[in-house]
Design a binder for this molecule. Structure first.
Ligand code: TRP
Length: 329
């Protein structure tokens, strides 16, 4: 095996079965990164505890997400796939990092302000510390690069600042300033044609759904709102069905839809049927592997346990350095 470029770490909250947005925005990229980096992928169940709606079915959601990751091509012999709360050192590093974190920096973060807007009745201490826990995740594993969506960019910038202040204050190099790798992925809009695809908005399409369920969700998709009748010409530029065609259909089909929609040569129903067919064809190998893995849930839990153990070894090495740097007895 050729030498890799360093270590990648990424985390995702256990949201259960993954949808097209998760797949195109993260999972697909996690799989690809394995060729170039040593990868550590973490199911961040502690982070999930900061928001009430994420804590339902934590165990089942962890399992379903791991199943999707493995079926999508994450290779557990190479990569570490593990559960955040099973490596206790993360909470220790979180506490230590919190001592070098100015409170104002946390409350100024756009992500914090957004959470306050979203859940004004549950502005808990953990929510303020969310980025500190994330920084602990990243630096516990001596991470060189973190693939994230743009929305998480302020958290990586924050992590870099904390690494610098900690290293400076304690005259150490124990923490590595991670590089940010913004994932170049199309923004996936939900079937409502309006908002980012998300499970909580119920506008999502699950990658593990059956072909029939997928077709049903695709048929529900909102298209160009100006196009009211079959005979009206449509505008693919504002149609979310067309956006997905560009990802999942052949160049000829994309071209055909683009031309025919504009002159009402193809109706929305046929356009959606074509998309559903291509989407199902694309996901079919993944679904077959997933069905196979789902036959042996104990294997999935073993993979996670093995990941927990491998993660703990790295984490403890880092903590030995971090504790010593601070002069703890
Ligand atoms: N905050 C990330 C999110 O909400 C999840 C996360 C937690 C994460 N720890 C991480 C992402 C470490 C990258 C690296 O999506």
């Amino acid at each position: 095996m050729t030498a890799k470029k360093g270590r990648v770490f990424s985390g995702a909250r256990p949201t259960g079965k993954q949808h097209l947005g998760n797949y195109l925005g993260a999972v697909h990229n996690y799989v690809a990164l394995q060729d170039e980096y040593d990868c550590v992928y973490c199911i961040v169940d502690l982070h999930a505890l900061t928001t009430v709606e994420d804590t339902e079915n934590l165990k089942q959601n962890t399992y379903e997400m791991a199943l999707d990751w493995l079926a999508a091509g994450i290779r557990p012999e190479e990569s570490i796939v593990f559960i955040q709360s099973h490596v206790l050192q993360v909470t220790e590093l979180h506490t230590m990092l919190s001592m070098v974190t100015p409170l104002g920096k946390l409350t100024d973060l756009p992500t914090f302000k957004e959470k306050v807007r979203m859940q004004p009745h549950n502005i808990n201490y953990g929510l303020v510390g969310y980025p500190v826990l994330m920084a602990a995740d990243i630096m516990l594993y001596k991470t060189n690069a973190v693939p994230v969506g743009v929305d998480q960019a302020p958290h990586i910038e924050f992590t870099r600042e904390i690494a610098r202040s900690f290293n400076h204050r304690f005259k150490t190099q124990a923490l590595i300033e991670p590089e940010m790798k913004i994932t170049e992925a199309p923004k996936v809009i939900g079937i409502d044609g309006q908002q980012k695809m998300s499970k909580s908005l119920d506008n999502h399409i699950e990658i593990a759904a059956t072909p029939e369920e997928t077709a049903k969700r695709v048929m529900m998709m909102v298209t160009d709102p100006q196009r009211q009748r079959r005979s009206d010409p449509g505008n693919p530029d504002v149609c979310n069905v067309f956006s997905l065609h560009k990802i999942f259909s052949s160049a000829e089909e994309v071209n055909m839809v683009n031309v025919e929609c504009r002159r009402a040569g193809i109706g929305c129903v046929d356009c959606k049927k074509l998309l559903a067919k291509n989407l199902n064809a694309h996901l079919s190998p993944f679904r077959a592997r997933r069905a196979e893995l789902a036959q042996k849930p104990e294997y999935v839990w073993e993979v996670l346990e093995d990941g927990n153990q491998r993660a703990r070894v790295i984490a403890e090495q880092t903590m030995v350095e971090v504790r010593a740097a601070q002069g703890l007895p």
